[in-house]
Design a protein around this ligand. Structure first.
Ligand SMILES: Nc1nc2c(c(=O)[nH]1)N[C@H]1C(S)=C(S)[C@@H](COP(=O)(O)O)O[C@H]1N2
Ligand SMILES: [Mo]
Length: 483
């Protein structure tokens, strides 16, 4: 005999299984043309998420923020289905239809819009309505629905991978972007565990508001320079490549708390914005350069320091000798070394618009200051290892940055002891990160080691703890060493 409690649990499971099937079917149909129901729902949620929730998600999930968001959206959608299933029968179909209409509307409205996402939303709503009308009975029924859903998710995954592979081929055909030439060295190559001097694109942190990078066809892509300019421009990737130069610089996320890895050092290839701006001739009143992206994200920068070259900014089209990867903004992004990633310019650049001060950026609207915010000096400890030269010594090594001025010095201290200098690797460029190493003698026991960076402009890294929001983090990276 089934009790009422058993029956309710059973029907909840049945509704969840229907939810998996509906989402799976939606995801598979959306994927036929590169769309995604879950990514669309996620982006809609991210766009309205209160900043404290965004900050908590980033702080808690670290590098896995996208996976955590995707799981959260999936779980939320399933919970919603269970809720739908608990409604009186006559309300379930209208509720499923409303869900489908909402998801379809998002699929047409968001910058990531795609007809296949709309089709997926409609199909998901149909499966949901049908499934909830005759809820699966018994364990076998539940399993059958859930397995259908799982199969559909697997199909969606395969379709997305195929599209990614095709996109990677399109990118490969673009050819080299700059030459890494001689692999740069700084004299600290022999330190195992130390971050590489130049961060490989696949090891570079990824931070943006999307679950999946937009796929942009390089053949048809053009960069428009518009707005208050005497000579608007439309440039292809090949046009840009003609004026590109190589530069070394560290990209740092404003969420990078001491010791974290949301920072990477690249050898970039880009067109100086000063030259580009000279070419288009800004009109009177053109005070802001709005960098716009295909994901609907904008970051605006003051025109004057970019035009004069006081802030050397670039339209970047390559990293480490290759085109940008999809995750890092292919085919183009704007980068002003020294500004935090969130203020430095957009990935997946589509347009540069010169305008007045009335423009409001994605994150300002959400409570972040108008900025721009500059990266503060930061030192990270990568290595604490037994010294190789003498017994009882410990090697401490890491990276430090203070763009755009450069790292003047790095210092470490043990416990509350004095700050002592370290050896610095050769500087690639002031805006790049600099590696460092020191060997200290430590008595047996447990020790805390801290590091701080000092910028060539005289700014000393602050030890007081500050959260990333609203002006960037501070504090020292502190590690514990057992001798
Ligand atoms: N179009 C677009 N550009 C963007 C973002 C975004 O969400 N969308 N995120 C910014 C943030 S917060 C950072 S830290 C950098 C990260 O660049 P990366 O992912 O290549 O490291 O990109 C910036 N550019
Ligand atoms: Mo960021």
């Amino acid at each position: 005999m089934l009790t009422n409690g058993d029956r309710r649990r059973g029907s909840g499971l049945g509704a969840a299984a229907v939810g998996v099937a509906a989402l799976g079917v939606g995801e598979a149909i959306a994927a036929t043309r590169g769309g995604s129901l879950i990514d669309t729902l996620a982006r809609a949620v991210i766009d309205v998420m209160p900043v404290p929730v965004v900050e908590a998600t980033v702080a808690m999930s670290g590098e896995h923020d996208k996976a955590v968001t995707r799981l959260g959206i999936g779980a939320g959608a399933l919970a919603a289905t269970v809720g739908l299933g608990a409604l009186p029968e006559r309300l379930r179909t209208p509720a499923a239809a409303a869900f489908g209409a909402g998801a379809a509307a998002l699929g047409t409205r968001l910058p990531t819009r795609s007809t296949s996402t709309v089709a997926g939303a409609v199909a998901a709503a149909g499966v949901l309505a049908a499934g909830l009308r005759r809820r699966p009975r018994g364990m076998l029924g539940v399993l059958a629905w859930a397995a259908t859903g799982a199969g559909m998710f697997a199909a969606a995954n395969t379709l997305q991978h195929d599209l990614d592979r095709k996109h990677d081929n399109d990118i490969r055909r673009v050819g080299p972007m700059g030459a890494l030439g001689v692999v740069p060295e700084d004299g600290l190559e022999d330190e195992p565990g130390l971050s590489p001097l130049v961060t490989a694109a696949r090891r570079m942190y990824v931070a943006d508001v999307n679950l999946r990078p937009p796929r942009i066809d390089p053949i048809h892509w053009r960069l428009s320079v518009t707005g208050k300019v005497a000579h608007p421009l439309r440039l292809s990737l090949a046009d840009l490549a003609e004026d590109a130069v190589e530069f070394d610089a560290v990209m740092v996320c404003v969420h990078n708390r001491p010791g974290e890895c949301r920072a990477g050092n690249g050898r970039w290839y880009g067109v100086p914005l000063a030259g580009l701006l000279k070419h288009v001739i800004p009109e009177a009143g053109a005070t802001r350069l709005v960098t716009k992206a295909v994901d609907g994200y904008t970051i605006s920068l003051p025109v004057e320091p970019l035009r004069s070259g006081e802030w050397p900014g670039y339209v970047v089209i390559g990293m480490n000798g290759e085109p940008l990867t999809p995750a890092h903004g292919f085919p183009a992004r704007v980068f002003v070394p020294g500004l935090y990633g969130q203020y430095t310019g957009v990935k997946w650049l589509s347009e540069l618009e010169l305008t007045d001060d009335s423009h409001v950026d994605y994150w300002w609207r959400r409570g972040w200051p108008a900025g721009p915010l500059w990266v503060t000096p930061q030192a990270r400890i990568d290595v604490t290892a037994p010294g190789r030269t003498a017994a009882g010594t410990t090697t401490i090594a890491g990276v430090a940055w203070a763009p755009p001025h450069g790292v003047e010095a790095v210092e470490v201290r043990v416990g509350e002891g004095d700050w002592r200098p370290v050896d610095l690797g050769t500087e690639l460029a002031p805006a790049a990160w600099r590696r460092w190493r020191v060997t200290v003698e430590l008595p047996p026991g447990e020790h805390t080691v801290q590091a701080r960076a000092i910028s060539r402009s005289g700014e000393v890294q602050q030890g007081r703890h500050r959260t990333p929001f609203p002006t960037g983090p501070s504090g020292f990276h502190t590690v514990t060493v057992q001798v």
